[in-house]
Design a protein around this ligand. Structure first.
Ligand SMILES: Cc1ncc(COP(=O)(O)O)c(C=O)c1O
Length: 460
């Protein structure tokens, strides 16, 4: 078939061709990314770096939205994938030794009573499994979640997610979903006291909400309240898990015992899509614990060979290379450098994070600033995308890849692979400093003078 694009032609596609082919995926996304020169073709990925067609090196501090704790193409993950190259990849009419081993390993490293795994293909699917399991286990209907949360974009996951923009076009979603302010234990008490709540689902640190860390003790309070009212506690570790925050799972910072956790992203070692819902044996047994019920929730691709091989290797690398401790030490170091920038540049509202999960929040610029900066090119875009403009500059002039958080476009996420070097952290802190310095004059021009003006122009 002459009119079909071969794999070799696809690999060799020019930027123009790829943009055209994107007509069959998402034309506005392609226009948006190419407008900002984000549609570069990267040919090699290794560790923290990727290289484009021209051989230019970039540091990837976006880190696959949290999927690249091990960096690009970690050799041990690549080796694991090549070890299984001749194995059947999908064969459901038997037991999978790799899925079984990965589940056993996760139950060995997970604290508390977390013991049984359901594997799937994404974070949202892991959340779907968690919600369904909680309903069936408790025989209750309602879910409580938090404002600003992000749990994925399938129907159930979206129903408990925080941002209206993503929910509204798809209403009606699941009934009986209540969202309460994040970090507010009193609000949780009130919500749970209404009764009939199957589960409270919560991120230990909100990722897409803009890297929001709850007050100390919040998760412990949540655990106590869930026990008091008979609701299950689901901790969504899709983004925070696998060492990112300086613990294997972020809920370990508060030593709680969730009934269910969800994992995905870095569980696949940066190479394969895999999600996981992990629950206590009691919860699992109450729903799936008979031959009649054991297939109540399944997926064609669950337990597939490649994803599970990558999962086994990923966990091994995280533990063997002490990446959990590395995330803590490097995170502390980087955060301190970025805090210096917060003190230096008035356009930075706040720098916050734990381990190598860091957010850099900018004040929203005044109207007109954005058009000036982009010479009117992007005047149809909301000025809320200032952080995106910073990402554009970081990519264009400093070769650093970043992006804003989905539920809070004023925040740039900095989630480099946990194997990042100190000199790379220094380089990126310097790059952010330079970009802020460069934009200072535009910023000052719009604001006229003084911090008092900042206070009146921006919602603090
Ligand atoms: C905390 C959390 N849960 C769930 C998801 C959804 O994962 P996925 O995009 O793999 O469906 C995400 C994605 O960013 C997430 O951050």
């Amino acid at each position: 078939m002459d009119d079909l694009i071969s794999l070799d032609q696809a690999l060799d596609g020019s930027r123009k061709e790829v943009r055209e082919w994107y007509n069959h995926i998402n034309p506005p996304l392609a226009s948006f990314l190419s407008l900002f020169d984000f549609d570069r073709r990267y040919l090699i990925g290794q560790g923290v770096s990727v290289w484009d067609k021209e051989g230019t090196e970039y540091y990837d501090f976006l880190g696959g939205y949290g999927s690249l704790n091990l960096g690009h193409n970690h050799p041990k993950v690549a080796e694991a994938l090549s070890k299984v190259s001749a194995e059947p990849k999908i064969l459901q009419a038997t037991l999978s030794p790799l899925a079984a081993a990965l589940a056993k390993n996760l139950s060995t490293v997970a604290p508390g009573k977390l013991d049984v795994c359901f594997f799937c293909n994404s974070g949202a699917e892991a959340v779907e499994a968690a919600l369904k399991t909680a309903r069936a286990a408790t025989k209750r209907r309602a879910f409580v979640s938090t404002e600003g949360s992000f749990h994925g974009k399938t129907m159930g996951a979206l129903s408990v997610s925080g941002r209206r923009k993503y929910r509204d076009p798809f209403e009606p979603l699941l009934a009986d979903c209540l969202r309460i302010p994040y970090g507010d234990a009193a609000a949780l008490d009130q919500a749970l006291s209404a009764g009939d709540v199957a589960a409270f689902i919560v991120e230990p640190i909100q990722g897409e909400g803009g890297v929001i860390i709850p007050p100390d003790g919040y998760l412990r309070d949540a655990e106590k309240l869930c026990r008091k009212y008979g609701a299950l506690l689901i901790v969504d570790e899709v983004q925070t898990g696998m060492g990112r925050t300086g613990k294997l799972f972020a809920f370990e910072h508060e030593e709680i015992e969730p009934d269910i956790i969800t994992l995905a992203k870095s569980l696949g070692g940066g190479c394969m899509p895999i999600g996981c819902m992990m629950s206590t044996r009691d919860v699992w047994n109450s729903v799936y614990g008979t031959v009649n019920n054991c297939l109540l929730h399944t997926s064609t691709f669950m337990n597939n060979t490649m994803a599970c091989a990558a999962g086994i290797a990923s966990l091994e690398v995280i533990l063997e290379e002490n990446l959990i401790e590395a995330a803590r030490a490097k995170g502390d170091y980087f955060l301190e450098k970025l805090k210096e920038l917060e003190a230096k540049h008035p356009m930075i509202k706040e720098v916050r994070g734990r381990g190598l999960m860091i957010g850099l929040e900018f004040y929203q610029p005044a109207k007109g600033w954005f058009d000036k900066l982009s010479a009117g090119l992007v005047n149809k875009l909301s000025s809320e995308y200032f952080a995106d403009m910073m990402s554009v500059e970081l990519l264009g002039s400093c070769r650093v890849i970043t992006a804003y958080t989905l539920n809070n476009p004023n925040v740039i996420r900095l989630q480099p692979p946990l194997i990042v070097g100190y000199e790379q952290l220094d380089y990126v802190a310097d790059a952010i400093d330079r970009v802020c310095e460069k934009y200072k004059s535009f910023w000052g021009m719009t604001l006229k003078t003084g911090k008092s003006v900042i206070g009146s122009l921006f919602k603090k």
